[in-house]
Ligand binder design. Structure first.
Ligand code: NAD
Ligand code: DAU
Length: 356
C-alpha cells in the first residue's frame, strides 16, 4: 500500500495521522481530502509538504464523482477514513450534518472504492476510524467494551457512527471489500479543536473564563494521547486482519472533574495567575443523554499486533498543555476561524437549548 487517501486529514486526529505517516513511511504518498468545515484547518497542516508526497484536496466525501476520480487518478490502494462530524454537543443541537457526512459520506466512499477498484481487491484496504461511543454507556461495575459488545449508541453522533460501521462491515460481507475498523476512546493532544473538553478547558482557563463542567463531573472517559491512536491505526492498516475490528484505548478511568483539576494544576505551574485556575470550575446543566462511563478492553490489538499506548495520562496532559501554551499563533488563527466565537456564545449562554 503506497498511495493512501486520507479523508478528514485537516482535522485533529487526521492531521496528526498525516504527520505521523509521512514521518514513519518515507515511500508513502498521501492524498488528503477534507472539506475544511469549521473543524478542519490548513493551520493543522502548516509546515507539511504540499507536493507529490502530500497532496491536499478541498472537497466533500459525499461528492461521489470527486472521490472516484481521486481514487483512479492517484491509483489509491488504501483509504484511511477519518472525515466526520465529531462533536456530540453539536449533534444534539443539529443532527442533520452528522447523518449526511457520517452515514451518506461513508457510504459514498465505500461505493466509490467498490467501483474504482472494480473487484480487484488484492493489496487494497479500506480502513474506517470509529469510536467507543457506538457501544453505549457503562455502569460503574460493568466490564470494559470489547469488540463483540452489542452496539447501543445513544446520541445522534454515536448513532451516525454506528450506522457507518455497519455499512463498512456490510461492504466486506457482501462485496468482499477489504475493510478494517478501529473503535477508539477519547483522544487528546496537539491540534484538537477547542470545543472538546481538554483544549476548551485549557484555553478558557488561560483567559480567566468559567470552566463548564457538565452535571456532577463524575462521568468517566478512557483517554488516549493522539499519537498512540495514530500508531495503532498504522499497525492495523499494515498488519490487521481484513474484516476485523480492533478496540483502542488508553486504559485511563478518571472523572471529568479530575481531568479539569489536573489541567488547572498544570496551568498553575506553567502559567501562574495568582489564585488557582481551579476557582474557575463551574458546574452547568448536564448534556442530555450524557453517557456515564466508557472503558475499552484492548487485549485484541495488544495480543495480535503488539500495540500498547506509549503515553500515560500524566505525561500526555503535560505535553498537551505545553503544546497549547507554545502555539499561540495556532490558537489565535483557530479562534478567528469560521464559527468558533458563535459556537462559544451559543454553548455558554444557551444551555436551555439542551433541554429535551
Ligand atoms: P475533527 O472534527 O477534528 O475533524 C474532522 C475533519 O473532517 C475536519 O477536518 C473536517 O473538515 C472534515 N470533514 C467533515 N465533514 C467532511 C466532509 N463531508 N467531507 C470531507 N471532510 C469533512 O474530528 P477528529 O476528532 O479528528 O475525529 C476524526 C475521526 O475519528 C472521526 O471519524 C471521529 O468519529 C473519530 N474518533 C474521534 C475520537 C476523538 O476523541 N476525537 C475518538 C475516536 C474516534
Ligand atoms: O469517546 C470517543 C469520542 O470522544 C469521540 O468519538 C468524539 O468524536 C469526541 O468528541 C469525544 O466525545 P466526548 O463527548 O466524550 O468528548 P467531549 O470532549 O465533548 O467531552 C468529554 C467529556 O467532558 C464528556 O463527558 C462531556 C464533558 N464535557 C465536555 C465539554 C465540551 C464537559 O463537562 N464540559 C464541556 O464543556
Amino acid at each position: 500500500m503506497k498511495n493512501v487517501l486520507i479523508t478528514g486529514g485537516a482535522g485533529f486526529i487526521g492531521s496528526n495521522f498525516v504527520r505521523y505517516l509521512l514521518a514513519a513511511e518515507p515511500e508513502v504518498r498521501l492524498v488528503n481530502l477534507d472539506a475544511l468545515t469549521y473543524a478542519g484547518s490548513l493551520e493543522n497542516l502548516r509546515g507539511l509538504p504540499d507536493d507529490s508526497r502530500h497532496t491536499f484536496v478541498r472537497g466533500d466525501i459525499c461528492d461521489a464523482a470527486l472521490v472516484e476520480r481521486l481514487l483512479r487518478e492517484h491509483e489509491i490502494d488504501a483509504i484511511v477514513h477519518f472525515a466526520a462530524e465529531s462533536h456530540v454537543d453539536r449533534s444534539i443541537l443539529g443532527p442533520a450534518p452528522f447523518v449526511q457526512t457520517n452515514v451518506v459520506g461513508t457510504f459514498t466512499l465505500l461505493e466509490a472504492a467498490r467501483q474504482a477498484w472494480g473487484g480487484k481487491f488484492e493489496g487494497r484496504r479500506f480502513h474506517h476510524v470509529s469510536t467507543d461511543e457506538v457501544f453505549g454507556s457503562l455502569g460503574p461495575d460493568d466490564p470494559p467494551f470489547c469488540e463483540t459488545t452489542p452496539y447501543d449508541p445513544r446520541s445522534p453522533y454515536s448513532a451516525s457512527k454506528a450506522a457507518s460501521d455497519h455499512l463498512v462491515r456490510a461492504y466486506f460481507h457482501t462485496y468482499g471489500l477489504p475493510v478494517t475498523l478501529t473503535n477508539c476512546s477519547n483522544n487528546y493532544g496537539p491540534y484538537q479543536f477547542p470545543e472538546k473538553l481538554i483544549p476548551l478547558m485549557i484555553l478558557n482557563a488561560l483567559e480567566g473564563k468559567p470552566l463548564p463542567v457538565y452535571g456532577d463531573g463524575r462521568q468517566i472517559r478512557d483517554w488516549l494521547y493522539v499519537e498512540d491512536h495514530c500508531e495503532a491505526i498504522r499497525l492495523v492498516l499494515r498488519r490487521g486482519r481484513v474484516g476485523e475490528t480492533y478496540n483502542i484505548g488508553g486504559g485511563n478511568q478518571p472523572y471529568n472533574l479530575d481531568i479539569v483539576r489536573q489541567i488547572c494544576a498544570l496551568l498553575d505551574e506553567f502559567h501562574p495567575a495568582g489564585a488557582s485556575h481551579a476557582r474557575l470550575i463551574t458546574h452547568v446543566p448536564d448534556r442530555p443523554g450524557h453517557d456515564r462511563r466508557y472503558a475499552m478492553d484492548t487485549r485484541k490489538i495488544q495480543d495480535e499486533l503488539g500495540w500498547r499506548p506509549r503515553h500515560n495520562l500524566t505525561s500526555g496532559l503535560r505535553a498537551t498543555v505545553e503544546w497549547y501554551l507554545g502555539h499561540p499563533e495556532w490558537v489565535q488563527a483557530i479562534r478567528q476561524q469560521n464559527d468558533y466565537q458563535t459556537w462559544l456564545q451559543k454553548n455558554y449562554s444557551k444551555r436551555e437549548d439542551f433541554a429535551p
